[in-house]
Write a protein that binds this ligand. Structure first.
Ligand code: SAM
Length: 356
């Protein structure tokens, strides 16, 4: 990998910007060349996970990132402060891997809650272990959680996740609700065989407990690069399946940058969301920027390039240099993820290492 001296004043490796691009604002909102503004930061805290969902990880797991490559809590909170105070980030979501495996999660949440302006703080988790930590996380400043749950059937759950931990997830959801971490969203990726039945039961369950179900089309982000369009359950199929059991009408509320298309269920006010990430991409409204556990900025889930903030941090970069590097990374964001285009290349990092 070549070393270049950048106009940001520091030697850079790999995908560091060689210079600040022409026309890129030096301050103000975190904008790209298509005029999209990123206000929502997804932070992957770890690439490790305690489930092995078939569409995400192989049964034996992956080679985890070495410890010295992970951002320390101090490095991470410095970047979070910069994101909020200099880049206009208003929403921070901690994810992974499984963020509950990150031992200092409560500490990082508490530091994030001290930022001014205070961002909204959310967590995406598989729910395993949440029952014991929901209250403490709420006390630390966590505002809400999304819990990933693809089925309520214990056998289907074990087949999808390769673990028997459904009860722990359900306990986690209940604890999150009683800790006030709402509105609670349940994220589901459907299995091609059992998914249609699973989704009906999931919606009944979510309606009963007041959770908001969001069903997501499976994307080509699995570690094994085995994704096939034919083996995913499309948004149209999900909608048709739910319509057999429920009355769905378009939610009149403006969608904004939300990835889910919302339907009122049986006249509302309960809703169900369908996220057509592949069949009807919403890239033109994307407001996200991503930070991986090893300190790389990604401007898209499907980006094939990353910007190495960890290296800049460890070489003593000041905030202005980090800010310029982050802005440059986002300035270069592509118009769309390109999944449906002929030359599409799946990113090397799987979802678990990017942060979903
Ligand atoms: N472990 C946490 C969890 O399960 O929510 C956070 C990380 S997980 C990667 C985040 C979300 O990504 C989960 O809802 C999971 O179902 C989803 N996911 C993983 N692989 C996916 C894929 N190939 N396509 C679509 N969603 C995926």
């Amino acid at each position: 990998m070549g070393v270049t001296v950048t106009t940001l004043g520091l030697p850079a490796f790999g995908h560091q910007p060689d210079r600040v691009p022409d026309g890129m604002p030096a301050d103000g909102p975190l904008i790209d060349t298509f005029g999209r503004v990123a206000t929502d930061l997804r932070v992957s805290l770890t690439d490790r996970c305690n489930l092995r969902c078939t569409y995400c990880m192989p049964a034996e797991g992956l080679d985890w990132l070495p410890g010295d490559e992970l951002l320390t809590p101090d490095e991470l909170t410095r970047l979070l402060r910069l994101a909020v105070t200099r880049l206009g980030i208003a929403n921070i979501r901690f994810t992974g891997g499984e963020p509950l495996l990150y031992r200092r999660l409560e500490e990082v949440v508490a530091a994030t809650a001290q930022l001014n302006p205070r961002p909204e703080i959310a967590l995406t988790t598989n729910g395993v272990g949440l029952a014991a930590r929901a209250k403490g996380l709420a006390a630390a400043g966590l505002d809400r959680v999304n819990v990933s749950l693809d089925t309520l059937d214990p056998e289907h759950f074990a087949a999808i996740t390769r673990r028997n931990r459904l009860d722990e997830v359900l306990d986690g959801l209940a604890a999150a609700a009683s800790a006030g971490l709402g509105p609670i969203k349940v994220n589901a990726v459907l299995d091609p065989t059992t998914g249609p039945g699973d989704t009906v039961e999931l919606l009944r369950y979510c309606l009963r407990f007041g959770y908001q179900l969001r069903i997501i089309e499976q994307m080509p982000l699995d570690a094994g690069q085995q994704w096939s369009r034919a083996a995913t359950v499309s948004a149209d199929t999900i909608e048709a399946t739910l319509r057999r059991e429920f009355d769905l009408s378009v939610d009149p509320a403006p969608r904004g940058s939300a990835p889910a298309r919302l339907w009122l269920v049986d006249g509302g006010p309960a809703t169900v969301g369908i996220i057509a990430s592949v069949s009807d991409a919403f890239c033109s409204a994307c407001d996200r920027t991503r930070l991986t556990a090893d300190g790389q900025i990604r401007n898209c889930l499907f980006a094939t390039e990353e910007t190495d903030l960890r290296q800049l941090l460890r070489r003593g970069a000041d905030d202005a240099v980090l800010e310029a590097a982050w802005r440059t990374a986002m300035w270069r964001k592509a118009a769309g993820h390109g999944i449906n285009e002929p030359g599409f290349v799946q990113p090397q990092r799987p979802m678990s290492a990017i942060g979903g």
